[in-house]
Design a protein around this ligand. Structure first.
Ligand code: GLA
Length: 435
């Protein structure tokens, strides 16, 4: 009986604390739309030997160069803002006051100076830590030092923390650690985006409570690390679609599901697969954190990553995450509700054999029948920008999609009242040469 009362009291206290803290998203005013920037991990990993790899080791020079290019090559102009350091920036030991410190050889000027440099370019700096005893690559973790580390990051002028979950101890310590770091960041008074991996580490043992996670984090990784490979992108999409009932609704301004970095501009994806990653990351309202080498990137990859129409879908102010509406052996179709009653629609050809395939669909199939009711204009955004013209709620459309590629459309509803109904193009079929 004593135990029952104790647990009841604890539960009540927990609820009171939740209510006091305020319900809903982490209200630090940040990440009102998905974070955009650059993160070193997928492309540069834990390269620490600057004698051997001077141009790709994890060093202040790498981040300064990326910051320079983000401004000079137009990345900042289209919204990429955060230059983010991942694992392997630290010394193997804390300093004499127990503070984290950067590797002195690779970051001789220190993080404060690097942050100043990045800020002088009008950009923001992200850094990496870990909830447990050690980071995934074996550098010092923040367990037992949440307040001190949060304050150190704030003192340095850091604007985003990616907080990993390796070596976390017990499930309770994992959850407590993620909560405590969120509170510690808040206490510093500095605006620091909090990027978590909490559900990824939690899921093998326990179903994540996304309402709680959103209360503490600005974005959160759910699934395995992304690789520069189609299988990895495909598996990330499949995982997201299979779990959409539990993860889509929670996403919104201030808190986003994070399917991991964009690997566009690297080595492993074909052009069509890069189109698919960009289109689907926009549909998923995913943070757009590129991991590539901005010093060596093809004009084509740059065009895709800087495509303003795709970015506008990703950054849509309504902040609703998209979802898959159908999948068969050949195609899958995803849609995302946008502000103003519009929809983004992605048609992906799943086949990894053969050539381009035609997908035929009725507009009545989109947005639960509302996307084009009574009429709509359709703009193709990827692979190329094309106007598909005006349609009505029963128009029938065909589109040709390359294997593992995607056609991304924006459907804008028009003609709410009969008087406004425009003249329509029924059964317009875009000619293959525009695709
Ligand atoms: C984990 C994370 C990755 C990356 C590495 C660094 O695997 O999921 O995104 O940060 O650690 O060691």
């Amino acid at each position: 009986m004593g135990t029952a009362v104790g647990s009841w009291q604890r539960a009540t206290l927990a609820w009171v604390l939740v209510l006091l803290a305020g319900a809903g998203a982490l209200e630090n005013g940040l990440a009102r739309t998905p974070t955009m920037g650059w993160l070193h991990w997928e492309r540069f990993l834990c390269s620490t030997d600057c004698a051997l790899e001077p141009l790709s080791c994890v060093s202040e020079q790498l981040f300064m160069q990326m910051a320079d290019l983000m401004v000079s090559d137009g990345w900042k102009d289209v919204g990429y803002e955060y230059v983010c350091i991942d694992d392997c920036w630290m010394s193997l030991t804390r300093d004499h006051q127990d503070r984290l410190q950067p590797d002195p050889e690779r970051f001789p000027s220190g993080i404060r100076k690097l942050a100043d440099y990045v800020h002088s370019k009008g950009l923001k700096l992200g850094i990496y830590g870990d909830v447990g005893n050690k980071t995934c690559a074996g550098f010092p973790g923040s367990y037992g030092y949440y307040d001190l580390d949060a304050q150190t990051f704030a003192d340095w002028g850091v604007d985003l923390l990616k907080f990993d979950g390796c070596n976390y101890g017990t499930q309770d310590q994992l959850a407590e650690g993620y909560r405590n770091m969120s509170l510690a960041l808040n206490k510093t008074g500095r605006s620091i985006v909090y990027s978590c991996e909490w559900p990824l580490y939690m899921r093998p043992m326990q179903k994540p409570n996304y309402t709680e996670i959103k209360h503490y984090c600005n974005h959160w990784r759910n699934f395995a690390d992304i690789y520069d490979a189609w299988n990895s992108v495909k598996n990330t999409l499949e995982w997201t679609a299979l779990h959409q009932d539990s993860i889509v609704d929670v996403a919104g301004p201030g808190g986003w599901n994070d399917p991991d970095m964009l690997v566009i501009g690297n080595f492993g994806l074909s052009w069509d697969q890069q189109l698919t990653q960009m289109a689907l990351w926009a549909i998923m309202a995913a943070p757009l954190l590129m991991s590539n080498d901005l010093r060596h990137i093809s004009p084509q990859a740059k065009w895709l990553l800087q495509n303003k129409d795709v970015i506008a879908i990703n950054q849509d102010p309504l902040g609703k995450q998209g979802y898959r509406i159908t999948k068969d052996n050949n195609f899958e179709v995803w849609e995302r509700p946008l502000s103003g009653g519009a929809y983004a629609v992605a048609v992906m050809n799943r086949q990894e054999i053969g050539g381009p395939q035609i997908f035929s669909f009725s507009t009545s199939f989109l947005g639960n029948g509302l996307a084009c009711n009574p009429a709509c204009s359709i703009q193709q955004i990827l692979p190329t920008s094309e106007d598909w013209g005006l349609h009505n709620w029963v128009s029938f459309l065909n589109t040709e999609v390359n294997p593992t590629g995607t056609v991304l459309l924006k459907v804008v509803v028009i003609g709410e009242s009969p008087a406004e109904k425009p003249v329509m193009n029924i059964n317009k079929k875009p000619s293959p040469d525009i695709l």
